[in-house]
Design a protein. Structure first.
Length: 433
């Protein structure tokens, strides 16, 4: 089996290598290709990945390449984790929002739109190059993951694709850690409950989802999970949610919903920049790359956890393993739901539980979200669809309408100004315009 990683020079890659090392026997992996446009990062990160593989006696070889088409040829899986414009573009997205009095963030609001405009054409080029890898599955991690997957499934239907994110799995693990502390399950010193025993019911869009159910060994334990969560909010010195919102929803929102529910608070926090999160990550990555470059290093440094993305390798390798070995496991993924949610347009890409087997990624039937959630979700989905059209066709009218529709976008009389700023700030990465 050959697996290709587009964006192999990412500082996340060593964690991904660890994931494949742990599952090498199950996957029968023989070649892992790391492709990146940056020769410098590929040399550092790729060299470290090769040392990791050698130190662990990996049954697969790690191949480094700057040739995308050659890297993809013959692959069974293609993982996309690239960042078009790299970290300076992320920082530019953040400050673009800030200078217009808007949320500056890499996946929501005007920053997320700018990132999607840069990324979608590159992803579609990857999909076109996958003609050299017939039957391969494209696993997209590149943010905004759900919006990018929407573009892939609309404009590259010839390629099987799925969007993935670590948030749902991280939430699942956090719930299991708390359940392990309950009487009868080992007490405070107990190890977390095995994730295979649990299923998280979540529905929405990527970074715009609501967790609304949890089953452990087939038993519904959501009322207990939710009540425990509310009690922790009541005693927390700086709770992430107000208790009345959670008690009303009877759900736990994805943390990115704070940008929509507590916009004023998030805007106030931006006024304390620098550093923005992107600037913090740039500093972390500089340190990581220095550590990766150490000739004797064969294990990821502890500082990698500062980068974020916990369980990234778990999410990626579990899904690929379930697909390759026809396991029929349930994973939360971004996929066109095809009518699994009654009453919602069947061609929408949603983030939801799916069964993964050798035939593909199959969304499971799900009850629609209530109006209090659907109202926001449907507006953001319209923004996503307009952004896809703008990115694919270089359509300025669609881009204008996307900004006008986005709940975190500018007021109507600011839209043209913000659009011009997006296009000028990103002109090196937006040839379609």
């Amino acid at each position: 089996m050959k697996i290709t990683v587009i964006g192999g020079g990412s500082t996340y890659t060593p964690e991904l290598i660890n994931g494949f090392l742990q599952r090498a026997g199950e996957l029968h992996l023989t070649e892992l290709w790391l492709m990146d446009t940056s020769a410098h990062r590929l040399e550092i990160v790729g060299g470290f990945a090769q040392r990791m593989a050698a130190a662990h006696g990996a049954p697969f070889k790690v191949v480094l390449s700057q040739d995308q088409r050659e890297s993809i040829a013959g692959a069974s899986y293609v993982i996309t984790q690239m960042r078009v414009g790299m970290m300076p573009a992320r920082v530019a997205d953040e400050y673009l929002g800030r200078r217009h009095g808007l949320i500056g963030q890499e996946t929501t609001g005007v920053g997320g739109m700018a990132k999607a405009l840069r990324t979608i054409p590159v992803l579609l080029k990857v999909a076109r190059d996958m003609e050299t890898a017939p039957g391969a599955l494209l696993v997209n991690f590149a943010n905004p993951s759900g919006l990018n997957t929407e573009a892939l499934q609309r404009y590259a239907p010839q390629v099987a694709s799925v969007g993935v994110c670590n948030v749902a799995f991280t939430t699942k693990m956090a719930i299991l850690e708390r359940l392990a502390e309950l009487p009868g399950m080992g007490g405070a010193s107990a190890k977390p409950v095995a994730p295979e025993r649990a299923e998280l019911d979540t529905l929405g869009l990527n970074h715009l989802s609501w967790h609304r159910g949890f089953r452990l060994d087939g038993e519904d334990v959501w009322p207990h999970v939710l009540q425990g969560y509310i009690e922790r909010l009541r005693t927390a010195p700086d709770p992430e949610w107000d208790t009345q919102t959670i008690e009303t929803l009877r759900m736990i929102p994805n943390s990115y919903l704070q940008y929509f529910y507590y916009t004023a608070h998030k805007l106030a926090a931006q006024e304390k920049w620098p550093p923005s999160r992107g600037e913090q990550v740039m500093a972390i990555e500089m340190d990581l790359l220095r550590e990766y470059e150490e000739p004797g290093r064969t294990e990821p440094p502890a500082d990698l956890m500062l980068r974020g993305g916990a369980y990234y390798s778990t999410v990626a390798t579990q899904l690929i393993n379930a697909h390759a070995n026809n396991l029929g496991e349930v994973h939360v993924a971004n996929i066109r739901h095809n009518g699994a949610v009654p009453g919602w347009p069947a061609d929408w890409v949603l983030e939801m539980p799916c069964r993964v087997d050798a035939r593909g990624v199959h969304p499971l039937a799900a009850e629609p979200l209530p109006p209090v959630c659907f109202g926001l979700l449907s507006q953001v989905k319209m923004y996503e669809l307009l952004t896809v059209e703008a990115a694919v066709h270089g359509d300025r009218r669609a881009a204008y309408e996307a900004l006008l529709t986005n709940p975190l976008g500018p007021s109507a009389d600011q839209v043209q100004e913000v659009l011009e700023d997006i296009l000028e700030t990103n002109k090196d990465y937006l040839p379609q315009f």
